[in-house]
Ligand binder design. Structure first.
Ligand SMILES: *[C@@H]1O[C@H](CO)[C@@H](O)[C@H](O)[C@H]1NC(C)=O
Ligand SMILES: *[C@@H]1O[C@H](CO)[C@@H](O)[C@H](O)[C@H]1NC(C)=O
Ligand SMILES: *[C@@H]1O[C@H](CO)[C@@H](O)[C@H](O)[C@H]1NC(C)=O
Ligand SMILES: *[C@@H]1O[C@H](CO)[C@@H](O)[C@H](O)[C@H]1NC(C)=O
Ligand SMILES: *[C@@H]1O[C@H](CO)[C@@H](O)[C@H](O)[C@H]1NC(C)=O
Ligand SMILES: *[C@@H]1O[C@H](CO)[C@@H](O)[C@H](O)[C@H]1NC(C)=O
Ligand SMILES: *[C@@H]1O[C@H](CO)[C@@H](O)[C@H](O)[C@H]1NC(C)=O
Length: 328
């Protein structure tokens, strides 16, 4: 019974592996306890494991990960159930109810997550699913970025920080100029085991290492880029074989509010604060900068500041390529 439920949430549509991935219950018990580290489900082919994963002090999330650790011995998380509501390290459980519903209860008291399934038949993936980035490399809570099919059937990346804005495909292009089709409403995307990705809006790509690999995964990283990772051997380091954005500064919100993102060869980008602002949190640029002044409503103390060689990407008043500015 649990099989269909886990399969449903496991790979989403963007995950592929050379072999099929049915999930089998390792024990006959109808619940898993956070207190038993060996309460882990393993898929029949051994590739995936699921169980409670520590995300902080006495905080656990029910997650699915690759059974084989990476070269540093860390687990590669594929999916998390209660990412925004971790449970207590004692008495929390994942239970499969007779109705088919799967629930996670915090410290044996209230339900923090459920599949809302009411029968044993598997649910289908819906068009309304979205992929949401993590908050940071080590914080798996919902982050600022999402990958989803828009109302116009186009697969998009969107920043949802203090302001909401799309940055992929390029915001100033019409869908057809970006090579996307708005006419196929099936809203399906898939990655095949060899590294070919195809989406119903006509977007497609082939990974740099196209061909046989042991494992591949497509991930919306916390920095707002989608990357395809692959590894040849299970204990190997994951390498990037494709990414959506080659220039990090084109990712909206990457340096947070009131900041400037500058291109830097090799390392990618450099963040700095606008004049009169200071960084909010030195360890996290995505929070941006805060004013060092107190905003007043006195007209003689406010005005506009001219910034050279800077663009407000995606929010231009106008875009004039190869344009001669008239000399007045
Ligand atoms: C492995 O995970 C720990 C935290 O769980 C982290 O501190 C460490 O940097 C990770 N190692 C690598 C190489 O990512
Ligand atoms: C992770 O990020 C969320 C959202 O910003 C925050 O509420 C939470 O405290 C963070 N968790 C840790 C362990 O830092
Ligand atoms: C829509 O996209 C899907 C997936 O790419 C494809 O199988 C289907 O044939 C497309 N439909 C039309 C009408 O083009
Ligand atoms: C893949 O993308 C290219 C460029 O947009 C397009 O010409 C081609 O038709 C696409 N292929 C498929 C199978 O959709
Ligand atoms: C802003 O206002 C606060 C409280 O009134 C004051 O303590 C602070 O010194 C002011 N800062 C500046 C830069 O004027
Ligand atoms: C702005 O005007 C107020 C009142 O007219 C005056 O007290 C203040 O000094 C002026 N500030 C500046 C920066 O000129
Ligand atoms: C820019 O416009 C001029 C005049 O319209 C044209 O001769 C030139 O080829 C254009 N340059 C580019 C790079 O498009």
């Amino acid at each position: 019974m649990a099989t269909s439920v886990f399969l449903l949430f496991l790979p989403l549509i963007f995950f592929s592996s050379s072999s099929s991935s049915t999930v089998d219950r390792s024990s006959r018990a109808s619940s898993l306890s956070v207190e038993h580290a060996d309460d882990v489900l393993t898929s029949r082919n051994g590739i995936f494991s699921a169980g409670f994963f520590p995300v902080g002090d006495n905080a656990y999330c029910f997650a699915v990960w690759f059974s084989e650790p990476d070269s540093e011995g860390n687990r590669t998380i594929v999916w998390m159930a209660n990412r925004d509501q971790p449970v207590n390290g004692r008495k929390s459980e994942l239970s499969v109810l007779k109705s088919g519903n799967v629930i996670i209860t915090d410290a044996g008291r209230f339900t923090v997550w459920s599949t809302d399934t009411v029968s044993e038949s598997p649910q289908l993936l819906t068009k309304d699913m979205k992929l949401v980035s993590s908050r940071s490399q080590w914080n798996f809570s919902s982050g600022f970025y999402k990958l989803y099919f828009g109302d116009d059937n186009v697969l998009r990346l969107q920043y949802g920080g203090p302001h909401i804005s799309g940055y992929w495909p390029k915001p100033w292009l019409m869908s057809w100029e970006a090579g996307r089709s708005i006419y196929n409403s099936s809203r399906i995307a898939f990655l095949d085991p060899w590294g070919y990705f195809s989406s119903s809006d006509n977007f497609n790509f082939t990974s740099a290492d196209y061909g046989e690999r042991v494992q591949r995964r497509l991930k919306l990283d916390y920095d707002g880029n989608i990357r395809l990772y692959s590894r040849n051997h299970r204990m190997e380091k994951w390498t990037v074989s494709w990414q959506a954005m080659s220039e990090p500064c084109m990712i909206h919100g990457t340096c947070g509010p009131n900041s400037i993102c500058s291109h830097v060869p090799h390392s990618g980008r450099k963040c700095s604060c606008l004049q009169g602002f200071k960084i909010r949190d030195r360890t996290d640029w995505s929070l941006g900068c805060v004013p060092e002044f107190n905003l007043t409503c006195t007209t003689n103390e406010t005005g506009f500041l001219k910034l050279s060689h800077v663009e407000f990407y995606g929010s231009d008043f106008g875009f004039f390529p190869n344009y001669t500015i008239g000399i007045v």
